[in-house]
Ligand binder design. Structure first.
Ligand SMILES: *Cc1c(COP(=O)(O)O)cnc(C)c1O
Length: 366
């Protein structure tokens, strides 16, 4: 009987590995607590599933970018009768009632934010973000200077964490790290007895000095290497498999795909797979990507189309390369970081680009 199987890509997300990665990061820190950045739907892997899993593991501080993300994650927790702090990085302006309604903690990114929040919700928790070098959000060095003399601007705020964000943490030798650490410590001196948070994934690997009270890892939880160029201490969390739609033979001088960018020099066997750039299989992987069939690498030939890619499976037997068969696109043999290098991007973009057309399968221990 034919199975009703409408998808041409299978994305398997291993929540047990996600949990193990979180525990691994936590155990690297002697005193600091370990939170989790689960913005952008947990980097594309599914925020609802991620927050429930990590909350059950003991994670208590979650970070999102938008209030909408916070609302949907709050609801996901409530459905499982779970509770945790959810921090909204984007600030409180014009959404303060919603933040309070859903028990979300805003990150205050300016003196105006601080004043606004204090006036609107004097008792409600908030974080204060110090800009130590990103120049995106957060109190500027001038703002910090001003607060030294006008400390009444801080009084009346119920501060959860004072935080900042590192620009170059993946490079352990970058001078920027020590510079930002110094600025952050300097700013902390005007927030006595407040808890502090600085490190993202890679920041955790810069050592104790960078840990403060709470780390906010994201990418590493999902398997991206926080120490690029060195051994990846994290486990892969996702496996992406594409389904073979057709296997065909071509001969020289036939070409493959848009732009005819690949030309056969001899007889080849090709497998056409139903995944493309609309699914987040980046077009920059044209003529560069590699798939795996049973641990055997198969090169991607031609351009990545919207819904299709083609692999040279000349070396693969008919028992392994057949219509309906699967090719590993992301997995132990082709980890996110390797794909990112081929695609001239970072693992973060590979993850957050993963499309909505996959059959998403969540697995866990037990
Ligand atoms: C995204 C983000 C993080 C997590 O960074 P990773 O490099 O993914 O670990 C931490 N803090 C802030 C402010 C962020 O925006």
């Amino acid at each position: 009987m034919e199975t009703i199987d409408t998808k041409t890509g299978i994305l398997t997300i291993n929540l047990a590995e996600l949990g193990r990665n979180w525990r691994r990061l936590k155990s690297r820190m002697n005193f600091a607590d370990c939170g989790a950045s689960i913005k952008a739907d947990a980097y594309g892997l599914g925020g609802d599933k991620a927050i429930v899993k990590l909350c059950k593991m003991g994670c208590k501080e979650f970070f999102v970018a938008l209030v909408d993300e916070g609302i949907s994650l709050r609801k996901a927790l409530q459905r499982k009768s779970l509770d945790a702090n959810i921090h909204v990085l984007g600030g409180p302006m014009n959404i303060s009632e919603t933040l309070v309604e859903y028990n979300l903690i805003p990150v205050l990114n300016s003196l105006q934010d601080m004043q606004y929040w204090k006036k609107k919700h004097p008792q409600a928790l908030a974080d204060v973000h110090i800009d130590t070098g990103m120049s995106r959000l957060g109190l500027s060095p001038n703002d910090v200077q001003l607060l030294r003399t006008e400390s009444e601007k801080i009084k009346g705020l119920n501060i959860c964490f004072v935080m900042s964000h590192l620009a170059c943490s993946e490079d352990a030798n970058a001078e920027m790290n020590t510079k930002q650490l110094r600025s952050f410590r300097d700013a902390l001196s005007i927030f006595p007895n407040c808890k502090a948070s600085l490190a993202n994934s890679s920041g955790i690997f810069l050592g104790d000095k960078y840990h403060f009270d709470l780390a906010r890892p994201g990418a590493s939880l999902y398997g991206v290497n926080p120490t690029p160029g060195k051994f990846n201490p994290m486990s892969g969390v996702i496996r992406l498999q594409g389904k073979i739609l057709q296997v065909r033979e071509i001969n020289a001088p036939q070409t493959v795909g848009y732009g005819a960018t690949f030309q056969a020099k001899k007889k080849l066997k090709l497998a056409t797979v139903g995944v493309g750039y609309a699914d987040g299989y980046l077009r920059s992987l044209s003529n560069k990507g590699v798939g795996y069939i049973n641990e055997i690498p198969v090169p991607l030939v031609g351009r990545v189309s919207m819904d299709l890619i083609t692999f040279d499976v000349s070396e693969i037997s008919e028992q392994l390369a057949y219509p309906g068969g699967l090719i590993d696109l992301i997995g132990p043999n082709n980890p996110i970081d390797d794909i990112a290098i081929s695609a001239d991007t970072i693992g973060y973009e590979i993850l957050t680009s993963l499309g909505s057309r996959y059959d998403r399968i969540y697995i866990d221990d037990l």
